[in-house]
Design a protein around this ligand. Structure first.
Ligand code: F0G
Length: 472
């Protein structure tokens, strides 16, 4: 509450101009959809999903201003106006010298690592996102995670996304010449959507300087991170999100970005950096695989959507609503005792299926069973981040993932408070019936990234039959 805003209710800071109907399904339809999909939510058709919380990536709503500028998209092959607007926005916010457009975040990663990572090199990160890790490993590099200790040990540490500074220094001391770059992922998606403090980025910068190693941000959710800094870091409460974002970027040598998140776009990404030698190598790769350096695999109208979206992601009213809507769901679930990573993340809640379903062993995939139950119960699609996603080893064996989580990721500007209330109701109903849930068995799966296409089945006939069968 402030003197300008004497009310407690945080409203959605937009009104709705275009609507898209939500599609209700019966429980029988959802059962059939699961059967057809091999009990894999990635294989379920969008038309069978009521509220889709699979990802916050590329799923947001565009603003009237974005659509307006998209009509002005310049589709000139080389040197389009749209590129210069895109470049100007990124330079203004990041202060980095060179901007390379890509079709999404992983393309920026692939191009950067192709230029900077050689076989046997080690890339250090608070926690690599899966595509980032895969792109390091594709270069035969080693992707090493250095999450801060509080990320596992504390329930209320405000910056659980921080990189472990002591280990960072140790790794750089122990591996001279083998670490081509250090990355910090803001917010830390795989670690629960948790923020990184300015103090932590600043300290990492000093350590990298001492070892003469460049520091990069994986900046997908930089605006959400800036908001958390404003709310939680000492001395930052009076600064605007854009000022904080500028300071975050001023501490690094470059950034990779998926504009599908805090670029508020349905597609797009970029690489921004200072080192001209690396830029030249990246632009060569860009032309080979993405496109000419002034469009990088994007249409002119996509560049326009990002140029506007980056600023909209930094608006205070938007960020207040965005972070609050996830915390609001978190508050309701925490009050009921639902185990999850706390405090809630910026773009998602991460339910702790391991703690919720102790009767289901890891190799019967408790996170998967929980996500299926949530879908069957209320047509809500979430995503397992547990032993189906991470349990598979290169030699074909299986190991338990560190945690059995289910992520509920919120598309930007898409759902309203009543949608969130509905999600809470469904989750609480599943939570009440948690003892009735049973595990899953793996029928067949591909050798890598199996969660996308694996087929599973419930271990017991009528696994969820104990849940009431009324349609929603
Ligand atoms: N880095 C982080 C931290 C991400 O969360 C993602 C994507 C990427 C890089 C890759 O970006 O998808 O544009 O190629 N995360 C999505 C998610 C897919 O659901 O969390 P991309």
């Amino acid at each position: 509450m402030t003197s300008e805003q004497p009310f407690e209710t945080i409203i959605e800071p937009f009104r709705i101009k275009t609507v898209e109907p939500l599609r209700r399904t019966t429980r029988a339809r959802r059962e059939a959809a699961m059967q057809e999909a091999g009990w894999n939510l990635f294989s379920v058709k969008g038309e069978d999903v009521l509220i889709d919380l699979l990802t916050d990536s590329g799923t947001g709503a565009l603003s009237a201003k974005q659509w307006g500028m998209m009509m002005q998209g310049d589709e000139t092959y080389a040197g389009a106006d749209s590129f210069y607007r895109f470049e100007a926005a990124i330079k203004d916010i990041t202060g980095l010298d060179h901007v390379i457009p890509t079709h999404q975040g992983r393309a920026a990663e692939r191009i950067l690592f192709r230029a900077m990572v050689n076989p046997g090199d080690i890339v250090l990160n608070n926690t690599h996102f899966d595509t980032t890790r895969a792109n390091v490993e594709y270069r035969e590099g080693i992707a090493r995670d250095l999450p801060c200790r509080e990320s596992m040990e504390s329930d209320d540490f405000p910056f659980k996304g921080n990189i472990d500074l002591e280990r960072l220094d140790q790794e750089l001391t122990a591996n001279p010449g083998r670490v081509p770059l250090v990355m910090i992922t803001v917010t830390n998606n795989s670690g629960g959507g948790q923020p990184v403090s300015l103090a932590n980025i600043r300290a990492a910068r000093e350590i990298c300087d001492r070892h003469n190693v460049p520091l990069f941000l994986d900046a997908c959710r930089f605006a959400e991170n800036a908001w958390f800094i404003r709310m939680r870091e000492e001395g930052q409460g009076d600064r605007s999100p854009i000022e904080i974002a500028r300071e975050m970027f001023s501490l690094v040598d470059g950034a990779t970005m998926s504009a599908k998140k805090d670029g508020m776009s349905n597609i797009g990404g970029f690489l921004a950096l200072n080192d001209m030698d690396v830029v030249v190598k990246c632009r060569t790769m860009l032309i080979l695989t993405e496109g000419f350096p002034t469009y990088g695999g994007l249409a002119g109208y996509d560049l326009e959507a990002v140029a506007v979206g980056l600023y909209e992601a930094l608006e205070e009213d938007y960020l207040r609503y965005r972070i609050r809507s996830i915390a609001y769901l978190g508050d309701r679930l925490i009050a009921a005792g639902v185990p999850m990573i706390t405090p809630p993340g910026g773009h998602a809640l991460y339910l702790d299926a391991g703690a919720m379903l102790p009767h289901i062993p890891w190799n019967e995939y408790p996170g998967w069973a929980l996500s299926v139950a949530i879908y069957l119960e209320g047509g809500i699609r979430a995503c397992e981040i547990g032993s189906v996603m991470f349990g598979q080893q290169p030699d074909g064996t299986e190991q338990a993932a560190p945690r059995e989580l289910v992520r509920l990721a919120f598309p930007r500007r898409v759902y309203t408070q009543s949608h969130v209330d509905y999600v809470a109701e469904v989750l609480l109903r599943v939570f009440e019936r948690r003892e009735m849930l049973r595990g899953m068995s793996m029928l067949d799966s591909p050798p890598v990234l199996r969660h996308f296409t694996a087929r599973l089945e419930p271990l017991e006939q009528g696994l969820f039959a104990a849940c009431p069968a009324e349609p929603v």
